[in-house]
Design a protein around this ligand. Structure first.
Ligand code: PAP
Length: 329
């Protein structure tokens, strides 16, 4: 299996998909993008100068907006597709590792597992980056997305063809994790974002794929309506009882753990393999980089900071905590 992310450069929407998209259609999406961009509401960006608001969600004007339009216009889901859906900084890296390891557990041994030498982000292609070679992936495909449930095309949701694993996290921890991460990636020519600014933006919903609360609610409602299609997980529960959650994940993915696997400790092996302590100390995650596009290259180590529950509170004032809790309740 090829673990490399399929050419995710979104600078132009120029990729063909499954050989089914003709250039006229791509051209139309490009034209629509150029037409709408100047008129979209703008907000201050975290990693880029601005974010733009499109269909109620805040996106980077280049990669994320083009990615969403590409998905809405051109993505051809398969009924067997399984998506790992997340809001950034809620546990994507961890859940990618757990999902990949659970799904492929009969394929790879733990001693020479691909996750020992591959950053989890490379194991699940990122849909929003307009991958153009997904047809090479055998079914069922494991993919990832940050797109809010309500903005996904009907072919993925209304017809209920795809399955989604979603993870949410305490917004205080998401905000702080995101603020620290984004400032590391923020171009030198832009002044660092202060915590106060980041807090205001986050509360107003102006953050990648935000508002955060709308993102969570979209998947939460879908999980209530069709629990067999949307598995809704919490970072905090995963920290508390990883084995219980991994077993639920196995069932949802259609690969429940057998009694024999349980007695042989396979669940615990997966939890250990994907633990923060293990992943963050691997050479690949300490010293390699993830190239998301020609402009965006991220040190893998930035995906692993503390991996704790409640760390956000130590950065925020009492007033900030109160306000964010009020929005959440
Ligand atoms: P992404 O959106 O950039 O992919 P994502 O993986 O969703 O980021 O979130 C990163 C957070 O998950 C970090 O949290 P922190 O800043 O509060 O520390 C990161 O440390 C945490 N994380 C990464 N891997 C793991 C893991 N194996 N177990 C627990 N937490 C993890």
């Amino acid at each position: 299996m090829d673990f490399s992310l399929p050419s995710p450069d979104c600078n132009t929407i120029s990729k063909t998909y499954n050989g089914q998209i003709n250039s006229d259609l791509i051209q139309k999406t490009n034209e629509r993008y150029r037409e709408i961009l100047p008129n979209l509401p703008r907000g201050k960006g975290w990693m880029t100068e601005h974010l733009v608001q499109y269909q109620g969600v805040w996106l980077t004007p280049n990669a994320a907006l083009k990615g969403l339009m590409w998905v809405q216009d051109h993505f051809k889901p398969r009924s067997t597709d399984i998506f790992l859906a997340t809001f950034p900084k809620t546990g994507t890296t961890w859940l990618k590792a757990l999902t990949f390891a659970t799904f492929n557990r009969t394929r790879y041994g733990f001693a020479d597992h691909p996750l020992l030498t591959t950053v989890p982000h490379r194991c699940l292609p990122f849909l929003d980056a307009c991958p153009n070679d997904l047809d090479g992936f055998p079914s069922p495909r494991l993919l990832s997305t940050h797109i809010p449930y309500t903005l996904l095309p009907n072919s993925m949701t209304v017809n209920r063809s795809c399955r989604f694993v979603y993870i949410c996290r305490d917004p205080k921890d998401v905000l702080v994790s995101k603020w620290l991460f984004m400032n590391k990636l923020r171009p030198k020519e832009l002044a660092p974002l202060s915590l106060e600014e980041a807090f205001e933006l986050f509360c107003q919903g102006i953050s990648h794929y935000g508002p955060y609360w709308d993102h969570v609610l979209g998947y939460w409602k879908a999980s209530l309506e069709t629990p067999e299609k949307v598995l809704f997980l919490k970072y905090e529960e995963l920290k508390e009882e990883p084995s219980v959650v991994v077993k639920r994940l196995g069932e949802f993915l259609g690969h429940p753990f057998s009694l024999q696997e349980e007695s042989e400790g396979v669940v615990e092996e997966i939890v250990k393999l994907c633990s923060f302590e293990n992943l963050s100390n691997l050479e690949v995650n300490k010293s390699s980089v993830l190239k998301l596009s020609t402009q965006i290259i991220i040190d893998n180590r930035h995906f692993f900071r503390k991996g704790k529950v409640g760390d956000g509170k130590s950065y925020l004032t009492d007033e900030m905590i109160k306000r964010i809790n009020e929005i959440t309740s």
